[in-house]
Design a protein around this ligand. Sequence first.
Ligand SMILES: Cc1cc2nc3c(=O)[nH]c(=O)nc-3n(C[C@H](O)[C@H](O)[C@H](O)COP(=O)(O)OP(=O)(O)OC[C@H]3O[C@@H](n4cnc5c(N)ncnc54)[C@H](O)[C@@H]3O)c2cc1C
Length: 429
Amino acid sequence: MKNWSQKIKWSPSEIHAPKNEADIIRLVQQAADTKKNIRVIGSLHSFNPLWVTNDLVLNLENYQGIIKIDKENLTTTVKAGTTLNLLGDLLFQQGMAMENLGDIDQQTIAGSISTATHGTGLQLGTISTQVIALRFINGKGEAVYCSNQENTDLFKAAQVSLGALGIITEITLQCIPAYRLKLSNRKEDLHTVINSFTERITNNRNFEFYWFPKSNTAWTKTSNLVQDEPDKVGVLNYLTEYVLENYAYQVICETARTIPALSDRLSRFSAALVSTVDKTYHSHKVYATPRLVRFSEMEYNVPLEVYPTVINEIMDLINRNKFNVILPIENRIVQADDAYLSPAYQRNAVYIACHVYYKKDYVPYFKALEEIFLQYDGRPHWAKLHTLTAKELAMKYPKFEAFNQHRMEQDPNGIFMNAYLKKLLILPD
Ligand SMILES: Cc1cc2nc3c(=O)[nH]c(=O)nc-3n(C[C@H](O)[C@H](O)[C@H](O)COP(=O)(O)OP(=O)(O)OC[C@H]3O[C@@H](n4cnc5c(N)ncnc54)[C@H](O)[C@@H]3O)c2cc1C
């Protein structure tokens, strides 16, 4: 098996693709009885070895779709393996939609919430905040239900759980009526964007920007709700989303890899390619764009208040050094929440994501960036590269201990733990 970035490869002894919850329970019981380890995969879009095991792997690709829908209350219960792409279409057919999404829609809903996947918006939390109830199979093979009304403490732990409490089978989401977004992509002066960041995240539903290293250019993406404006989606959208942002970019990345000395110029060239594009369409077709160029990624969030200092230090670091990176740095805002392991726990957080082409060594660049993030109380995205262990993470998450209590109750024999999760969650004696 290998993950999306192709950096993690492993060979479990068994891979199962159950079709229903009864099969999942049977497989968990079998693992518990034979003292085997069991991990579940989504679409393998994480950058950390969250699923690596020599024993059993469950793949939920045959366990997708809507189980229940309540149009009056705008809620739906879905099978955990449903991809965001499929879910967007199924909800749209029912006149409903998810409140917010990230950059792509290839992930499964369970995989997304398990690592606190997020989009951008000052009034919008991570995808885990759209969940109102969950059902999972714990390490004893029992089906456990929790929600924002019932077993609430467990629910707060299960909203972001890295697959450490059990195998999530059903997820109930609070949706909103289907809506359309108008997206504006613009090339702008970097310093103007940074100076107006707070104003833009306050005045727009979704705002984010990318900075191209060694340039003064920001690519801004702003989306707002529209009602009466006609749909606007056409060849130009296709050209930018596929040809410029992917195929042309692949060539640029390969050129920079072959001739590193050209990196700075190629970064500025990429910045120059950003074009003014507008798109007005159904929300689930606006958030996500294709990502065909593979990369390694580190993403930390920092409290909104310190963001201007952090981004200035990062720009200074990159401008002073010769890291030869050309992939841009993405800046997004996420509303505070109260899920125990959410990186946005009790703080509005700006997420800063840094990328390196997958064929290149990312270590020196990410190490230098991580030093800055850590000076400013940064919390890493669970799915993305970082070097923290339980000792540091316990200090960052006030509910770390409470999460671990639930984990030990739900999985007393640790059948869902692997070496990586032990490093993240178990404090040394
Ligand atoms: C190109 C690209 C773009 C991305 N864009 C964004 C973005 O915009 N915003 C963002 O926040 N992140 C983003 N990510 C990260 C991505 O959203 C996360 O890695 C997410 O967890 C991937 O979902 P997945 O279905 O691939 O899950 P996987 O990576 O397969 O699994 C993630 C975790 O979920 C667990 N899991 C999966 N299914 C279950 C289940 N049924 N029960 C219990 N645990 C389960 C796994 O065991 C694992 O611990 C991106 C990643 C890539 C590669």
